[in-house]
Design a protein around this ligand. Structure first.
Ligand SMILES: Nc1ncnc2c1ncn2[C@@H]1O[C@H](COP(=O)(O)OP(=O)(O)O)[C@@H](O)[C@H]1O
Ligand SMILES: [Mg+2]
Length: 384
């Protein structure tokens, strides 16, 4: 089944569409990647989104407009992915949408909201769309995240040693082979916020880690940042930009004095490396398979390597799964599982009471034709 996974993460830098040909062979799920297209949000939409995200307050009108415009933008990317990656023969769309709020409180997740009305995607492509993946796991007592954990686990199972899958997007998360999965804390979120803040909006991220490379890690600032209680919470745990935004950095900076932008960004880069490394050590990993935009920051990757002596650090590209598209592929897999009546969660990873079939389905031009299936589902993932 040719499935297109659509994803825009907390960085809201771009809508990533990953297409894959998926099939169940015995107890294996064979994933043949067909490619990735990535399309940046246009600037007015990006600005409207930035203006509505926490800690800002917003209106129902703004939410309605965003839901519509994001849905249309996702639809345009889906049409392009179908044409360019699937020769117009995609069969199913799995859309994560854009997270605008993740309601985590008192160590529990009570709700989550992803925008990007799937009706626009179904209308533009004619295909059935699985969307709203996270709420079902939350309704079952879970965190609704990290949802890539099932796909990670299926994949890690076939690899030697004790590898963990790490994704460094706006937030960083990891999955260990024992079924533990959690957000470690910020990935690029604070680095991006600082780059934007210091440049007056001219920069949206620290390209190639150039600013961090010119700075020095400021130990007192790093210590203050590490006092954030989230890092010490036990898993399962998830977080978002509701916590890790510019205000969080400003609070830590107050009392430290005025620092050069480069030093602040070097310190934030070290914060990500340190908190990820602590998490990797805590699960006893021998190898890290990294993906996400953060892997394109060489300073971050070097710091991470230094923090993890004796641990092999590789990107998912080296194993055949393009790191920029990994999350999009993961949602393609989750949509495929829903279409087959199979669960898409691992309770040890999300903390839910039980496994759940995920998502809501919007019919396509020909309605919804589900292949059926049921049963236990695959136990491993094989790249075809
Ligand atoms: N060339 C690069 N140099 C440094 N950082 C990069 C580069 N490319 C991407 N990034 C970082 O990766 C982030 C986007 O990663 P992504 O995996 O798309 O995250 P999300 O899932 O949150 O959208 C950007 O905001 C930026 O911080
Ligand atoms: Mg992104």
């Amino acid at each position: 089944m040719r499935v297109i996974g659509l994803m825009s993460g907390t960085s809201y830098d771009a809508i990533d569409a990953g297409a894959a040909d998926l099939r169940l062979v015995g107890d294996s799920l064979v994933v043949e990647p067909l490619g990735l297209v990535s399309e940046a949000y246009d600037e007015p939409l990006r600005e409207a989104l930035a203006a509505a995200l926490p800690p800002a307050t917003t209106s129902m009108e703004a939410v309605c407009r965003l839901d519509t415009l994001i849905g249309r933008a996702f639809a345009a990317t889906a049409v392009r992915a179908d044409r360019e990656l699937c020769a117009g023969r995609a069969e199913l769309i799995a859309s994560h949408g854009q997270t605008v709020y993740h309601w985590a409180e008192d160590g529990r997740v009570h709700g989550t909201l992803q925008l990007g009305q799937p009706a626009w995607i179904a209308e533009a492509t004619g295909l059935p769309v699985v969307a709203d993946f996270r709420p079902r796991d939350i309704a079952a007592g879970g965190q609704g995240a990290p949802l890539v954990s099932l796909v990670d686990l299926l994949w890690l199972r076939g690899l030697p040693g004790r590898p963990v899958a790490l994704n460094v997007g706006g937030i960083a998360n990891l999955t260990a082979p024992d079924g533990t999965a959690f957000d470690t804390g910020p990935g690029c979120a604070l680095i991006d916020a600082a780059a934007r803040g210091f440049s007056g909006g001219r920069l949206t991220y620290d390209a190639e880690g150039a600013l961090a490379a010119r700075g020095t890690v400021h130990e007192p600032l790093l210590r203050r940042l590490l006092e954030e209680p989230y890092y010490a919470l036990p898993a399962p745990k998830t977080t978002g930009k509701e916590l890790f935004h510019l205000g969080h950095l400003r609070d830590a900076l107050s009392g430290v004095g005025t620092l050069p932008a480069e030093d602040v960004i070097a310190t934030l880069t070290m914060l990500t490396a340190r908190t990820v490394a602590d998490a990797v050590r805590a699960v006893g990993a021998t190898e890290v398979i990294a993906s996400g935009g953060g892997t394109r920051n060489p300073v971050l990757m070097r710091m991470l390597e230094q923090q993890l002596p004796g641990v092999v650090l590789r990107t998912s590209d080296e194993l055949g799964l393009p790191s920029a598209a990994k999350e999009a592929y993961a949602f393609a897999v989750l949509g495929f599982l829903t279409a087959h009546g199979l669960p898409g969660t691992v309770p040890t990873a999300t903390g839910a009471r039980h496994r759940s079939m995920l998502g809501s389905i919007t019919p396509g031009r020909d309605g919804v034709r589900l292949p059926g299936g049921g049963g236990e589902g695959p136990v491993r993932l094989v790249l075809g």
